[in-house]
Every structure is written in C-alpha cells, then in structure tokens.
Design a protein around this ligand. Structure first.
Ligand code: HEC
Length: 95
C-alpha cells in the first residue's frame, strides 16, 4: 500500500470544514421527521441546555442520529445542526 502523507494544515482544514452550513430547509424537515420523538424542541432552548458551541451542536446531532440508528450523510448532519442553530441555539457562525 502506498503511504499517503497528509500535512497538518490540511488536517486542520478538514477538521474545520466539518462545520459546513448545509441546507436549512432540509434540516428543518429532518428535525421534524426524526428528532422530536424522544424530546421536543423545548430541549434546545431549556435554561440548562448542555450544548455550548456550534461544534458541540454538530457532535450532539451526530450522537442522537446514531442513537436513533439512522445512517445520515454529513450533509444531513450539517443541515440539521445549521437549522437548530438558526432557530434555537444562535451561536456565532464564525469560529
Ligand atoms: C432515542 C431518543 C432520541 C432521539 C430520537 C433524538 N434524541 Fe436528541 N437527545 C436525546 C437525549 C436522551 C438527550 C439528552 C437529554 C439530556 O441531557 O437531558 C438528547 C439531547 C439532544 C440535544 C442537546 C440539547 C441540549 O441540552 O442542548 C440536541 C441538540 C439533540 N438531542 C438533537 C437531536 C437531533 C438533531 C435528533 C434527530 C437526529 C435527536 N436529538 C433525536 C435523545 C434522543
């Protein structure tokens, strides 16, 4: 097997490009269809909510999605996280 060397800078870009915007309308649909079974949307705005950053929001969406046994693509995760951010969390989009 050929060894592929990845420079640290491109790893950084890979890591930060995880937080892409996706499609907000799709995110809204996905959230309504799959995500309001265990918890309502009030969880997203409760005073002691656990998610504290945009990155954390992406992680939490991934976590819940996997718990559900769904196999979403990254763009579905991104879209849902973006929708939740715009609608509820309102984190600054710039890191
Ligand atoms: C199988 C049940 C279940 C489903 C379905 C589910 N979640 Fe969750 N979710 C949880 C639990 C449990 C918690 C943690 C609640 C707590 O900490 O009190 C949680 C917490 C969260 C939080 C963090 C709220 C906070 O405190 O800031 C977010 C965001 C979230 N879920 C998003 C989603 C999304 C998006 C989906 C759809 C992909 C989804 N959830 C589907 C069980 C579920």
């Amino acid at each position: 097997m050929k060894k592929i060397l990845i420079p640290a800078t491109s790893l950084l870009i890979l890591a930060t490009s995880n937080l892409t915007a996706g499609d907000v309308e799709l995110g809204k649909q996905l959230n309504e269809e799959h995500c309001l079974k265990c918890h309502g949307s009030e969880l997203y705005t409760r005073p002691n909510r656990r998610v504290k950053s945009l990155e954390g929001l992406h992680k939490q969406v991934r976590f819940c999605e996997q718990n559900l046994g769904l196999t979403w693509f990254d763009d579905q995760i991104d879209s849902t996280a973006t929708y939740l951010n715009l609608e509820y969390y309102k984190f600054d989009l710039k890191p």
